[in-house]
Design a protein around this ligand. Sequence first.
Ligand code: UGA
Length: 483
Amino acid sequence: MEISVLGAGYVGLTTAACLAEIGHQVLCADCDLEKLSSLKAGRLPFYEPHLDDLVKRNVASGRLEFTLPSAAIEKGKAIFICVGTPPLENGEADLSSIESVARLIVNSAHGYRIVIEKSTVPVQTAKRLWRHLSIYNTNGLEFDVVSNPEFLREGSAVEDFFHPDRVVVGAESPRAIALMKEIYAPVLRTRSSCPAHPQCPSMPEPKFILTDTNSAELVKHASNSFLAMKISFINLIADACEAAGADIEKVAEGIGSDKRIGQAFLNPGIGFGGFCFPKDLQAFVRIGEKLGCDFSLLREVEKINVRRTEQFVVKIKKELWVLRGKTLAVWGLAFKPNTDDVRFAPALGIIRRLMAEGAKIRAYDPEAMEKAKLDLPEVTYCESAYQAAEGTDAVLVLTEWSEFREISWKRLGELVAHRLIIDGRNLLSAAEASSNGFQYVGVGRAAQPLRPAGELEWADAITAEVPVASHQRPAPTQDASIA
Ligand code: UGA
């Protein structure tokens, strides 16, 4: 099918390249001329695993082209709207880009078009879009409006496209439903290979969930809000584990082994970031207000998340006491691994707070340093995790890149000034750290040996009076560490 994708951001570019890979003829459009010329020259505006190869292969085969929105709209029978819906000051989504492409569609298209809303939008946007297209329709355009929310995670977006749990389609006309089934037919069949895997693991066939447009739109915001809620919940439980001397890894395993709950998204840490959860949560709260529904549950989810930065800084100060004049290594800047995206990345907020207290930061991230430099030019950016650790008072793990797991403890021990790891993602093994002479502090993991109650009170009374930097304390024994 001839398809136009409007917007060449994370969602648009991935969707365009994947649709071309499954055999469609795709025109991917953007009004940013600089971005368009980079794409035409084969340069992607962001890092996403497998996407580079996918774009190159499909451009070479002639199934994927980059062009201006009006040219794309003229050709594509199906038009995917993948433009940005950034947050306004009040948390609501800014729909002005959706409105302007709607006008462009009625001005540039002829015959029949299926207009597919993929950008994350408030419930009832498809209805508004339909009304808007009808009002400005002076060319006698025939059209249907469909909601088809995306569930692509940055860092595994290509894999998510080829192996979705579900494809949600909000459509109300038989013609639109038939076209959506035709577009997704290759994805709905179980696959044996895809660009993300040479041999795909066996997976159940994705569900095709057909509904009305309002319900499809709600699925998107409700899914992201639920996942954010799961993260804030496990972060609360991690706090309880720290306070009570329990182990969050075991508690999360115990909770998540209940099939009704599930293991996914029960990893505690420094909080969720990125351009989806924080903004979608805020937008959903505003939607709730407009609908007259009490979404205070979601406000709490947001508050818990915002507090994570400060709590992590307090954790660092508990170990290092005064930060002025201390040098800290930061491993990881991106909001999650396998991406170079630093938008709303918790790491950046933490760094800002540490620098405000006078700490010097030496940072390393495998992909995100160029983007982080634009926000935080004062940081010293290093070429490797080891270089970042040189002469530092502590190493902070802020993104769970797998290369940090492979670290040589011996080499690290020779480089740092003090053997202290503060792991905001529970990435490293506490047992390995302590057997290599490092003080290890994680999230919701007991950092010190469990002591009898009387001893605990006595020791806590002393540390409360005289804060002692953890690197001055003896490293915990291996028995005490929780892997
Ligand atoms: C999220 C959703 O997972 C996608 O389904 C959705 O399509 C996308 O938003 C979107 O709306 O476009 P994404 O933001 O790319 O995807 O990344 P996630 O993997 O969901 O992670 C979000 C944040 O939560 C990251 O900062 C991550 O570190 C954090 N997180 C995740 C945790 O702190 N703990 C966890 O257990 C899982």
